[in-house]
Design a protein around this ligand. Structure first.
Ligand code: AKB
Length: 325
């Protein structure tokens, strides 16, 4: 029987992951937790279920929730994203590394399995930019990247040294119409859809030719669930599988939006900090290890993602009060 705790459950991935896990394993078996308290619609239409207030930098708070709900699996999503981590590097270390360390220690002493997301942010200077291999140079130049590489290594260590069932994927930028991202470098690829629907134009903070890997949220959720359900004997890697679904530049994304909204316009006001971060990341990942070891296969490409995003955001916008539109 799976008894699951999701940390960072009110974030971009967490709010949709909780809904999927509840459908799959039963409402009563999935405990959502976050440092924020949920608003009425924060859990993405999920059936009501348990919510616990948990600060991941507090070992005892996590332990109490694990004891109270007899948790055996933790999806540990609480972390600061790249742009905000670059603004507050000390806090990023404390949350991203401190939180992961407590979760791994609790997993070790309570026999829990752990899913931890890594990111394309774990790559940097010296990494091949195109078809970035699964195992390659990892010298990130951001605090976010440093915590992601250290996190990958720490999860590997807890698996080898203590036998903890740690697993994870390296996510690219994630696009969703449900919960907004917060403080990421790839966030332009979400904001663009709201501006396209509401105003017909968008000013991008990344330059026109900045190519990055991306994924639509249903595929991101599927990756997390599939890697956790994969047969252990088939896994040669564990904690940082490259996964991707598409890659594009802001110009190419705008062109795909124009196929549905022909009058859409894009212009550019480049943010030097986020541009520097994006320039240090790969253009496209090689995800063949995930395909071979647990049959990873995304369902959405650029055009099908754009169509679905525009449909959902237009529906949302038609329900909004006029002053928000
Ligand atoms: C970010 O932009 O920080 C994240 C990521 C790619 O890890 N979306």
């Amino acid at each position: 029987m799976e008894r699951i705790l999701v940390t960072g459950a009110l974030g971009q991935i967490g709010s949709e992951l909780v809904a999927t896990l509840r459908e799959r394993y039963g409402n009563e078996n999935v405990i959502a937790s976050d440092i924020k308290m949920p608003t009425a619609d924060a859990l993405a239409g999920a059936e009501p279920g348990f919510f616990e207030h948990v600060d991941c930098t507090n070992h005892d708070q996590i332990q109490q929730v694990v004891d109270r709900h007899r948790i055996d699996t933790i999806y540990h999503l609480a972390a600061l994203l790249s742009a905000v981590a670059e603004e507050r590097p000390q806090m990023a270390w404390e949350i991203n590394m401190g939180g992961l360390y407590h979760v791994l220690e609790i997993a070790r002493s309570n026999g829990c399995a752990v899913f931890t997301p890594s990111s394309i942010g774990a790559f940097g200077e010296g990494t091949p930019k195109d078809s970035t291999p699964q195992d390659t140079v990892q010298r990130p130049s951001t605090m976010y990247g440093v915590t992601k590489v250290a996190g990958e290594l720490l999860c590997d260590y807890y698996h080898r040294r203590f036998g903890v069932d740690t697993r994870g994927v390296r996510y690219p930028g994630i696009i969703s119409h449900v919960a907004p991202p917060g403080g990421g470098t790839t966030d332009y690829a979400v904001d663009i859809f709201y501006h396209a629907v509401r105003h017909g134009n968008f000013t991008s903070f990344l330059g026109p030719d900045t190519r990055l890997d991306m994924m639509y949220m249903p595929d991101a959720i599927k990756a997390a669930v599939d890697v956790m359900e994969a047969e252990a004997a088939r896994l040669k890697h564990r904690n940082a599988f490259n996964v991707t679904a598409m890659n594009f530049t802001p110009e190419e994304l705008a062109a795909a939006i124009r196929k549905v909204l022909p009058r859409f316009e894009i212009d550019y006001d480049v943010d030097p900090i986020r541009q520097r971060i994006a320039d240090s990341w790969p253009n496209s990942l090689d995800d063949s290890a995930a395909r071979e070891e647990w049959n990873w296969q995304p369902a959405f490409d650029l055009d099908s993602m754009v169509e679905d995003m525009l449909e959902n955001i237009s529906r949302k916008a038609s329900r909004e009060p006029a002053d928000k539109a």
